[in-house]
Design a protein around this ligand. Structure first.
Ligand SMILES: Cc1cc2nc3c(=O)[nH]c(=O)nc-3n(C[C@H](O)[C@H](O)[C@H](O)COP(=O)(O)OP(=O)(O)OC[C@H]3O[C@@H](n4cnc5c(N)ncnc54)[C@H](O)[C@@H]3O)c2cc1C
Length: 396
C-alpha cells in the first residue's frame, strides 16, 4: 500500500463522514454522497464513483462507514448491480451509459438483475437460446431466462442473447442492457425452499432494445459476460463480515443455548470458528493483493470455499438446535423479498438458503473446473461442440 493512496482515501472518508454523518443522513442521500466522494468503488476513475486507487481500500472505506453508524447494505439490496453490473459497465460500456447508470445503481434508485441462465443453459451458459435479431437500429429479443434474482424489482437487466446461430456457441452472443419495464418483458416468481421468491422466470416476447443499449461489440457477448461472472464470484465469495458474525454467530449462540458439555460439539464449533476466521482473513488478504480491473479466475477460490463452509456451519447449527431445528419459525408464507436472503435473520432460514450457495454464481463443480484449468493449468475438459455452429449442436 502506498502512503499516497492511504492519505487520499483517509482524507476523503473524513470529509464524507463530516459532511454527511451516516447515523443521521438518510441512506440514499448518504450513498449518493459516497459516490460523489469517489468512495463507491474506489478503483473506478474520478466522476465514476471512484478515486483511482487499488480496490483493496474499499474494505477500509466500508469499515469506517459502518463504525460511524452508517450502512453498506446497498451492496445486498442491489447485489447484481453493484457487485457485477458496475464492473461490467466500467470495462465495456460507453461513457454516456456509465455516467447515466452508475450513480442510481449505487444509491439503489435503480435495481439491476442478471439475465444469463436459461432452462437449457446454466453451467453451459454459452449454449443459451434467447435470440436477439437486428431490425434497423433495434434488436428484437425472444426467449426465456430463469433463476433471475430480484427481477421483480429491477429497472435494468444484464442480458446475454444469441445474435448469430451459425457460428460456434461462444462466438454468436451479444450483451445488452434491457429495460425491465419494456413491453414484452414478463417476470414470474419462483417459489424457493425458504418460502420466498427471491428469483424469477423472465419471458421476452418481441422485446425491443435500441442498439445504443448494446454493451461491447456484436458477437463479443461471451467476453463481456465473463467480466460479469468474474465480478460475481468475487462479490459472492468476498463479503468481509466482522469477526465472529454471520453463520458462525448463529452457531455460537446455538451452542451456548443447546451445546451443554458435549466435547465433540465444542470441538466442532471451534474448528468452524477457526475456519470461518481463516476464510475471512484470506478474503481480506486476497482483496489487498488484487489489482485494479476485472478480477481473475482466482476469485473462484473464495466462492468455492465459502459455499462449502457456509453450508457446513448452518447444518451444524440446526443439529445443535435439536428438535427446535426442525421447526420453521417464520413460516412458509409466500413473499417477494427486497434483497437476497444470504444475510438470513434466523438459523433456520440461513440453513435452507445456504443450500443454494454451491449453485448460485456458478456451481462448485464449475469453480473446480475453472481453478483446475485456469489457475493450476490442468488439462481442459473435452469440449466436443467447440467448433460446431450452435444451430447444429444437439439440445434437449
Ligand atoms: C439462489 C440462486 C440465484 C441465482 N440467481 C441467478 C441470477 O440472478 N441470474 C442468472 O442468470 N442465474 C442465476 N442463478 C442460476 C445459476 O447461475 C445456475 O443455477 C448455475 O449456473 C447452474 O446452472 P443450472 O441450474 O442450469 O445447473 P446445470 O448446469 O444443469 O448443472 C446441474 C449439475 O451438473 C453439474 N455440472 C454441469 N456441468 C458440469 C461440468 N462441466 N463438470 C462437472 N459438473 C457439471 C453442476 O455442477 C450441477 O451439479 C441463480 C441460482 C440460484 C440457486
Amino acid at each position: 500500500m502506498t502512503m499516497d493512496e492511504r492519505t487520499l482515501v483517509t482524507e476523503r472518508i473524513d470529509k464524507l463522514l463530516a459532511s454527511h454523518p451516516p447515523a443521521t443522513t438518510p441512506e440514499r442521500e448518504f450513498w449518493g454522497a459516497q459516490f460523489d466522494h469517489g468512495l463507491a468503488w474506489v478503483q473506478h476513475p474520478e466522476d465514476f464513483g471512484g478515486c483511482g486507487v487499488s480496490p483493496r481500500w474499499q474494505a477500509e472505506v466500508d469499515r469506517r462507514i459502518v463504525e460511524a453508524g452508517g450502512s453498506v447494505r446497498n451492496r445486498y439490496l442491489n447485489v447484481l448491480g453493484i457487485g457485477m453490473g458496475a464492473g461490467t459497465l466500467m470495462a465495456h460500456a460507453d461513457e454516456q451509459r456509465q455516467r447515466r447508470m452508475l450513480r442510481p445503481m449505487f444509491t439503489c434508485e435503480e435495481i439491476w438483475c442478471q439475465l444469463f441462465s436459461e432452462p437449457g443453459a446454466g453451467s453451459d451458459l454459452a449454449a443459451l437460446s434467447t435470440t436477439a435479431v437486428k431490425e434497423g437500429d433495434t434488436w428484437i429479443v425472444n426467449g426465456q431466462k430463469v433463476w433471475t434474482t430480484l427481477a421483480h424489482l429491477a429497472t435494468w437487466g444484464l442480458l446475454v442473447a444469441r445474435t448469430d446461430p451459425d457460428v460456434p456457441k461462444h462466438a454468436g452472443l451479444t450483451y445488452f442492457v434491457v429495460d425491465m419495464q419494456a413491453d414484452g418483458v414478463d417476470v414470474r416468481p419462483l417459489y424457493q425452499i425458504t418460502g420466498e421468491a427471491e428469483f424469477n422466470e423472465v419471458y421476452f416476447d418481441d422485446v425491443r432494445i435500441n442498439d445504443d443499449m448494446r454493451v461491447g461489440e456484436v458477437g463479443q457477448g461471451w467476453a463481456v459476460a465473463m467480466t460479469t461472472l468474474m465480478n460475481e464470484r468475487v462479490a459472492i465469495g468476498s463479503n468481509v463480515a466482522p469477526r465472529g458474525s454471520g453463520a458462525i454467530a448463529h452457531a455460537l449462540e446455538a451452542w451456548r443455548q443447546h451445546g451443554g458439555d458435549d466435547p465433540v460439539a465444542r470441538d466442532q464449533l471451534l474448528r468452524y470458528w477457526v475456519e470461518a476466521e481463516a476464510q475471512r482473513l484470506t478474503t481480506i488478504r486476497a482483496g489487498e493483493a488484487r489489482k485494479s480491473g476485472t478480477p481473475g479466475p482466482e476469485g473462484s477460490t473464495g466462492k468455492l470455499h465459502w459455499a462449502d463452509l457456509n453450508k457446513a456451519i448452518t447444518a451444524f447449527t440446526i443439529d445443535l438446535l435439536g428438535a427446535e431445528g426442525m421447526t420453521y419459525p417464520g413460516g412458509y408464507e409466500f413473499t417477494r423479498p427486497d434483497e437476497t436472503a444470504n444475510r438470513a435473520e434466523s438459523p433456520h432460514k440461513a440453513f435452507l438458503r445456504a443450500r443454494a450457495n454451491s449453485i448460485e454464481g456458478g456451481t462448485s463443480e464449475i469453480m473446480k473446473n475453472i481453478l483446475g484449468e485456469r489457475v493450476l493449468g490442468l488439462p481442459g475438459e473435452p469440449r466436443v461442440d467447440k467448433n460446431v455452429p450452435w444451430r447444429e449442436v444437439p439440445r434437449s
